[in-house]
Write a protein that binds this ligand. Sequence first.
Ligand SMILES: *[C@@H]1O[C@H](CO)[C@@H](O)[C@H](O)[C@H]1NC(C)=O
Ligand SMILES: *[C@@H]1O[C@H](CO)[C@@H](O)[C@H](O)[C@H]1NC(C)=O
Length: 367
Amino acid sequence: MLRLLPSFLLLCVACQLAAAFTDGLLPNGNFEQGPKPWQLKGTKVAGRDAIPRWQITGFVEYIQWGQKQGDMLLVVPEGSYAVRLGNDASIKQSVKVTKGVRYSLTFSAARTCAQEERLNVSASPESGVLPMQTMYSSNGWDSYAWAWLAKSDEVEVVIHNTGVSEDPACGPLIDSVAIKQLFPPRRTNTNLLKNGDFEEGPYILPNTTWGVLIPPQIEDDHSPLPGWMVESLKAVKYLDAEHFSVPRGRRAVELLAGKESAIAQVVRTVPGRRYALSFAVGDASNACEGSLLVEAFAGEHTIKVPYESKGRGGSKRAVLQFTATTARTRVVFWSSYYNTRSDDLSSLCGPVLDDVALVSVRYPKHA
Ligand SMILES: *[C@@H]1O[C@H](CO)[C@@H](O)[C@H](O)[C@H]1NC(C)=O
Ligand SMILES: *[C@@H]1O[C@H](CO)[C@@H](O)[C@H](O)[C@H]1NC(C)=O
């Protein structure tokens, strides 16, 4: 038995190498392995294959923690290194996946100088453009999620800065590129909504303390938050219980851009039947203090749920009862107010939403 063990281990290493990637940081996804000294001109990376596991095009810089740009200190979110995508620059890696399965991509990005930056992210042949208009987190870094359906067993994951600015070096810093397999959530007999507890969603890097932004779906069909769509203009934030106060389970969402970021799901309903939409509203323990207000909609029915936040976590439950008037009812949540963190007035924050359930209710007949 003991003599068999080493060869068994070897076999398993081999089978892991051949298997499709499922969850976590891509190989050298945090760019800790960098170019050789002769493959760098200052900070500019010279050579398509200079960064192990990646292929680059255009003006890509290799950035070390603490490096200065003018009077700005460049901070790297994970480890000691990150890359910067200048004008029309891209990074790319081939990843083995499983055809027909949905995946989400998570990466961290920070703007450096350009006012408005857009990244074209793709997993061949699908792509989407993510705007990074607003900095939500206090250290300048945010993580973004995007999702796609694998059309083959190998995809090229590309992050491309499509912007062109006067200074060719201007462009976002990128770090911590990870992917995660998504499992399509199902309705259950206790909840007509899918993924009502938000437990299924994009990868959150264990060492990032600022959650993941789920951008509005401007042109994509696949949501990194299965079952849900982010409507309107701005992102919602996906939170983990490791770094935030979450009403139930391991995950929740923060509605951080007022009525500009709404989260929605369409459910089949029977006209004339009574339903109860229940949910938890709270704060993430992230210094989001003051009066928070969540508005929930089920078709034309609505409820406003106020929540007084001390910024230290907590939640309450609310229920919207309604009679369906159509065969499909749109369930929508948004924050009525714009809130900012008391420890950083430039960081948007908002109420936390979790544990959303829709059930059909029957009333006992009155005598
Ligand atoms: C984004 O990149 C993909 C793949 O390179 C490309 O097919 C697509 O046209 C690009 N989209 C935009 C808006 O540039
Ligand atoms: C997270 O940080 C810890 C402590 O700094 C480190 O040991 C660990 O390797 C990091 N994990 C990842 C995935 O980078």
